[in-house]
Design a protein around this ligand. Structure first.
Ligand SMILES: Cc1ncc(COP(=O)(O)O)c(C=O)c1O
Length: 397
């Protein structure tokens, strides 16, 4: 596919070759333009950003304030504070019935930090990681940054946009070392079947590889219980975050659960790359597991579900194709081929002419990218309704 906005490597005096394989996060470029238009006084129906409007839960904010008032915010252990690592381990027990020692919990700068550490720990130059296309755009770039090769496997409605054991078997190559699964997925909001995940794990293990499971949207499922990969195996990497369910995007805090033998190399890398995760964010996050916070977050999740239930039929009635009902995260990945032959141009035109911000499929891979757009729906129903109305007018429906 002809991808716009490549870095001008030919005009820079010096640019690492890995940057050739790293594309801008197109959503961010579009978000910046949406902000620019808003600053000029235009109102924008914003369904592009992957974060809810809601503020930091009050107990978390208060714990953060107390940390600041203590007058001392310091480096912590590079793996995170003992208190927070214990609290995360306890969360796995409460939530999934899984017993974890503190030693396997690594606190990171968002799940982005965890993904970077995981790739940095597992990949040698040229090593390949299999992942679904469409998928979260940064994943392939984490791999590229660590001199690996991301292989996007086209997936569609037939597998709920998730990899299957058969697909992993088919695409496994001599250079493949790992498989990355995200469930619920960004951009599709779909979940992987727990049995299928176990079958993928078996295929990966039989080939001497490592399974990485991104569970960052856990807590945000509508109907189905989200089940952690740690419920059936210890020899895999699980990535999670305080960003989404816990509503702490800007605090930049996440974590990973790694197999015990990997902790020392992960620690070594974390010391060098980050020294430590944010002390302030870690102290605030201790309040994330408080029952009052969890009750508030579960209420917010129920509201996201209502927002999905509002937007889904409206989009279908406008002509978007959504063959699989998204059961998690807060995204709808919609086929727009009945409405345009180029989703990238469509998104920009929609923003400029109708003031509706949505993400082009291009951001999430190559597979049928021109035929898809992503809606992010954790917005008030009035914003969603306004967006739908503007879309209706723009499409002449
Ligand atoms: C699937 C997925 N993984 C990882 C991330 C990174 O999030 P953070 O670094 O805020 O935890 C995101 C963010 O949108 C995501 O959608």
């Amino acid at each position: 596919m002809n991808r716009p906005e490549k870095l001008p490597s030919d005009v820079l005096p010096r640019l690492a070759s890995r940057l050739e394989g790293i594309e801008p996060f197109h959503v961010v470029v579009l978000i910046n333009r949406a902000k620019e238009l808003e600053a000029q006084g235009r109102s924008i129906a914003n369904m592009v950003v992957g974060e809810p409007d809601a503020p930091t839960p009050p107990l978390i904010a208060a714990a953060g304030m107390r940390a600041i008032e203590s007058g001392r915010i310091s480096y912590t252990s590079s793996l995170g504070t003992a208190e927070l690592r214990d609290a995360i381990a306890a969360w796995y027990h409460t939530r999934y019935g899984v017993t974890l020692p503190r030693s396997r919990v690594v606190v990171t700068a968002g799940s982005s930090g965890a993904l970077l550490l995981t790739m940095g720990t597992l990949l040698s130059p040229g090593d390949q990681v299999l992942m679904a296309d469409p998928g979260y755009p940064c994943n392939r770039h984490f791999v590229r940054t660590m001199e690996g090769e991301a292989a996007g496997i086209p997936v569609g409605a037939e597998s709920a946009y998730q990899l299957t054991a058969k697909l992993v078997e088919k695409h496994w190559a001599a250079k493949t070392v790992a498989v990355l699964i995200a469930s619920p997925s960004n951009p599709t909001g779909t979940l992987i079947d727990h049995g299928e995940l176990q079958r993928i794990h078996a295929v990966v293990k039989a080939r001497g590889g490592v399974l990485i499971v991104d569970e960052i949207y856990h807590g945000l499922t509508y109907g189905k219980r989200d089940r952690s990969a740690l419920e059936f195996a210890d020899d895999l990497f699980v990535i999670n975050s305080f960003s989404k369910y816990f509503g702490m995007t800007g605090w930049r805090l996440g974590w990973m659960i790694a197999p015990e033998p990997y902790i020392a190399p992960v620690d070594k890398l974390a010391q060098n790359l980050f020294i430590s995760p944010s002390d302030l964010a870690q102290r605030a996050a201790l309040a994330a597991f408080h029952p009052d916070t969890v009750a508030l977050l579960d209420k917010r999740r129920d509201v996201f579900r209502e927002q999905r239930d509002f937007l889904l039929p409206e989009l279908r009635s406008l002509g978007f194709g959504i063959p699989v009902t998204p059961e998690g995260a807060f995204y709808i990945y919609a086929n727009c081929e009945r409405l345009t032959d180029d989703s990238y141009k469509f998104c920009w035109d929609l923003l400029e002419k109708a003031g509706v911000a949505i993400a082009p499929g291009l951001d999430f891979g190559d597979h049928l990218a021109k035929q898809h757009v992503r809606f992010s729906y954790p917005k008030s129903i009035s914003v969603l309704a306004d967006g739908v109305e503007r879309l209706r007018k723009y499409l002449g429906k």
